[in-house]
Design a protein around this ligand. Sequence first.
Ligand code: T3D
Length: 261
Amino acid sequence: MTHADVVLVETASGVRTLTLNRPDRLNAANDELLYALTDALEAAGADTDVRVVVITGAGRGFCAGQDLGGVSGRNMSFTEHLNATYNPLIRTIRMLDKPVITAVNGVAAGAGASLALAGDIRLWAQSARLIEVFSTIALIPDSGSTWFLPRLVGYHRAFELMALAEPVLAEEGLRAGLCERVYPDETFLADVQAYAERLAARPANALALTKRALNFALTSTLDAALDQEAALQQLAGDHPEHAEGVAAFKEKRAPDFRRPR
Ligand code: T3D
């Protein structure tokens, strides 16, 4: 399979959809897929026509984590492998100055669960499930799971989910804040596209700065977050989007943040 086959790339109405494409392995990640996904995210970041990125999976799975078929005989240590593949991927998602939606169409296990949690917006199909499966093969959660999950469900539930590797189903996922919305399986992709287009109509610069401010604040003091907000607000206020938003308010019309200026 080539780079282009393992991650399908489509763009419609400012929404770039990246589809993991190893459906017979539930989109388990081999190196080819991990590099292709990171490259595709960077390309989406650089493309001015792209306002929102969606990551989803082909077939009935979202991503079953590391492809266990290719692990034995690997000529890299675990540490080297994580630093070369999963960690750059997760960092790219978190640093991308565009919203990334993880559209979890089915099972998300292991590093696939981490990937599902790494999105700015997480949309689940009704049949989606998230499994911190690592302990089943006597590994520890990686690719950001130890950072994301306790912030969402607290230390104790995170530890339980990781220790027992029990699936989180859509109902709990929604209740516990592991996803923002759950949609029926039958209409999932159309619902995701509609949601993404809504996001794409919002002010791109302000959303990029909001993402940067939130990511900073997650690991900062209140004092530092206030300073960061003050600095970033200047960048938002100086941008033509802000003038358009204020003009639209005064003229009692909807703002058009997509209009080239
Ligand atoms: O650097 C490093 O290497 C460390 C990084 C680690 C990151 C990790 O992600 S570690 C965790 C690795 N992932 C797993 O351990 C998950 C293994 N898979 C499962 O536990 C189950 O498949 C699922 C719970 C995800 C789904 O179960 P189910 O019953 O819905 O599907 P299935 O029948 O088990 O899987 C369907 C097919 O996909 C099957 O192939 P077959 O029998 O039809 O030919 C299965 O072998 C294949 N598959 C599923 N997961 C993987 C996989 N093949 C390779 N690797 C997988 N991870």
